[in-house]
Design a protein. Structure first.
Length: 205
């Protein structure tokens, strides 16, 4: 009975997200990402990470989302920082949103996959739940490279049994009204839609 009350309360706070199972969100989430998570080009408090933080705190003030994202970050940079972040923040869950800059800069996706695998293993060894946010590359990079980066995320998700959102910008990326002038970064209006999609991932069984 208590679990269903929890779900009902979450449904009031996190609408329009729909709930199919009586699940509970992590109490402290660490987000390790790049500019897509660092609120590039907009006020930090309007970014999707801050939106989720505010929603969780509305349910329980002890809940927290820590944003350790850095614009321009690569999987190598995230890997080098993660151990220190885990030690300092002691999260119950980690959201990894990295790989886009590796792809855009033409870095080896095999190396990127090894970096992400190391980050996943580092987190799981400390009993920290991991969630992966995947990204797709602009069409000018060609379908083969885009398929390769999608395969990277999918393989990691299956190998480590961690939840994956294959393209967390899917609701906004193709809508010019929701993107900044560079065509790569979502604007402030897009952030609540991204937050909704990420919350759905966090609630996934």
């Amino acid at each position: 009975m208590y679990k269903w009350i929890v779900v009902w309360l979450f449904s009031l706070i996190l609408q329009p997200v729909a709930f199919a199972e009586p699940l509970k969100l992590p109490a402290k989430i660490l987000v390790v990402g790049d500019s897509l998570s660092a609120a590039y080009g907009i006020d930090a408090e309007k970014g999707w990470v801050s939106i989720i933080d505010n929603r969780l705190k509305a349910f329980d003030p002890s809940n927290e989302v820590v944003n350790a994202s850095i614009s321009g970050e690569t999987t190598a940079g995230g890997r080098s920082r993660l151990a220190g972040l885990l030690k300092r923040e002691k999260p119950t869950a980690v959201i990894l949103e990295l790989g886009a800059n590796d792809g855009l800069r033409g870095y080896s996706l095999a190396v990127a996959q090894r970096n992400l695998a190391a980050m996943i293993e580092m987190s799981l060894m400390q009993n920290v739940q991991v969630y992966l946010l995947g990204i797709r590359l602009p069409p000018n990079y060609g379908p083969a490279f885009d398929e390769a980066i999608q395969s990277m995320y999918s393989s990691l998700s299956k190998q480590y049994s961690v939840p994956l959102e294959p393209f967390f910008l899917e609701d906004v990326a193709l809508n010019p009204e929701l993107m900044q002038a560079d065509g790569l970064h979502p604007n402030a209006q897009a952030q609540p839609l991204i937050a909704d999609r990420v919350i759905q991932l966090l609630l996934r069984p």
